[in-house]
Design a protein around this ligand. Structure first.
Ligand code: SF4
Ligand code: SF4
Length: 113
């Protein structure tokens, strides 16, 4: 099933905060950002082969499609994107204090219960 694209603004905040989620902490290069994230180019260096946890559509189909519509799932995860974006000024590597549990495109586990 082909799903409509997730409305990502490509802010990169989920890739720059992999330390916030247990499922993505193994990608942390030491400053909270993913080891595969290019600061210079602001994109994923392994995009075509990125892990499943980074594929929002695959995560949806694997874990949430039985319980939620894609639209509902996107809506909840977009809220997490916005929360990350609101917190961005306070999320410098030396001020690790976010309350955001996860980046949506990385591991969309915040679908409604
Ligand atoms: S935080 Fe959301 S909008 Fe920003 S890059 Fe990740 S998925 Fe896209
Ligand atoms: S998409 Fe995944 S692998 Fe690529 S930079 Fe972001 S967190 Fe890292």
């Amino acid at each position: 099933m082909t799903l409509p694209a997730f409305p990502c603004t490509q802010c990169g905040l989920c890739c720059r905060n992999v330390h916030l989620a247990e499922q993505t902490q193994y990608l942390d290069r030491g400053d909270g950002a993913c080891r595969h994230y290019s600061d210079a180019d602001k994109h994923c260096l392994i995009y075509e082969t990125r892990p499943d946890i980074c594929r929002v559509d695959r995560q949806y189909q694997m874990h949430y499609a039985q319980r939620f519509s894609w639209e509902a799932f996107v809506e909840v995860n977009v809220e997490v994107c916005k929360l990350l974006q609101r917190q961005a000024p306070r999320m410098a590597p030396d001020t690790e204090q976010s309350v955001i549990p996860i980046g949506p495109a990385i591991a969309p586990i915040n679908a409604p219960a």
